[in-house]
Design a protein around this ligand. Structure first.
Ligand code: ATP
Ligand code: FE
Length: 333
């Protein structure tokens, strides 16, 4: 089975070709245009998708050495995401599926962040059902009980900001460019995580909250800058390390509770923030006797390979759509 997968939910235009559960090519065109605005500008994103989508798909097919005529199906991101961005991917996928007379498969982007673990990769184990998925990304923070490929249950989620936003907004307070998550990670590696203490929010059960942390960081920085205008420059590594440490502690606390409540000790992380070196190391150390699954770096932030692996599973179960399928900015899990 050859699947062409297309992902265009936010600001990255991505295409991948899979042969069964193996990735033959995985191409991403990042839209650097948003950096200067401090966040993704939806109108610019959809315009850039239009410019990028044909060359990105051509590149994916060429790298995979697969002809359009060999494709078994087209999988695309149905949602959640920015409507104008989603429409570029879905319209293109519909046209291609009609032209090539092959099935069309709609994929939930958040399922894909979780199921990316089922891509066949040397050195990476696939989780066994049931497992807990911690999806940490730019728009979501969820603990999901994954019973099977398409039977998933959200057992905890953020009540305000996503963890990726917590990283990006903290970075903004520090004067770092968007997206700041990877930069905080970079500086944190050189800093002392215990240098500054930020209080963790008290949220009942398995839910999360990150907006309070952002405000605490803002006030902390404002106060310190009054004492010393160069406070950020002089302490950047320690500030980043302390912020990152606090965020990781928040995540680990909730995971502990989720393991306790469900009795499930298999934990898979997914989404852009699972690229974070701190959380990866922390989970690899495996201090609680969990079996942890850390995705290959290129399958953490948005990519089409993860859409392709869900497409492959849906292909096997004959879950196809017609051209009347609609994109959804928000999607029922
Ligand atoms: P969603 O998947 O919820 O729809 P999205 O697709 O926009 O949101 P992703 O691409 O999955 O988000 O993740 C992007 C987020 O990951 C950004 O907030 C970015 O700062 C964060 N991120 C990426 N790399 C790192 C890192 N190394 N450390 C911390 N955060 C990171
Ligand atoms: Fe994403």
């Amino acid at each position: 089975v050859f699947i062409l997968a297309i992902e265009s939910s936010c600001d990255d235009t991505a295409a991948a070709v899979l042969h069964n559960d193996k990735v033959l090519s995985n191409v991403v065109a990042n839209q650097l245009i948003h950096n200067q605005y401090g966040g993704v500008v939806p109108e610019l994103a959809s315009r850039a998708h239009q410019q990028n989508i044909v060359p990105v798909i051509d590149a994916a097919l060429r790298k995979a050495n697969v002809q359009k005529e060999q494709l078994s199906a087209i999988a695309f991101t149905q949602g959640p995401g920015l409507m104008g961005s989603l429409l570029v991917g879905s319209s293109f996928s519909k046209s291609l599926s009609l032209a090539l007379q092959i099935p069309l498969i709609a994929v939930n982007h958040m399922h894909a962040h979780i199921l990316a673990h089922f891509i066949d990769e040397e050195g990476y184990d696939k989780p066994e059902f049931p497992f807990l998925a911690l999806t940490i990304s730019g728009g979501h923070t969820q603990i999901v009980k994954v019973n099977s490929f398409f039977d998933m249950e959200i057992i905890g989620e953020t009540t305000d900001d996503a963890v990726g936003e917590a990283f990006d907004k903290s970075a903004k307070i520090l004067g770092l460019p968007y997206p700041g998550g990877p930069l905080i990670d970079k500086y944190a590696q050189l800093g002392n995580p215990k240098a500054f203490v930020f209080t963790k929010p008290k949220v009942p059960g398995l839910d999360f909250s990150f907006s309070g942390l952002k405000t605490a960081i803002l006030y902390f920085i404002q106060k310190k800058k009054q004492e010393n205008p160069n406070f950020i420059e002089e302490n950047l590594n320690d500030i980043c390390a302390s912020i990152q440490y606090t965020i990781i502690e928040i995540l680990i606390d909730k995971l502990k509770l989720a393991v306790q409540q469900t009795g499930i000790k298999q934990i898979a992380i997914g989404g852009g923030v699972s690229a974070n070196s701190g959380i990866r190391t922390r989970l690899k150390e495996n201090p609680y006797g969990w079996k942890t699954y850390i995705p290959k770096f290129e399958y953490t932030t948005d990519n089409a390979a993860m859409i392709g692996i869900v497409g492959y599973q849906k292909y096997l179960s004959n879950t196809f759509e017609t051209a009347s399928v609609v994109s959804k900015a928000r999607i029922q899990f």
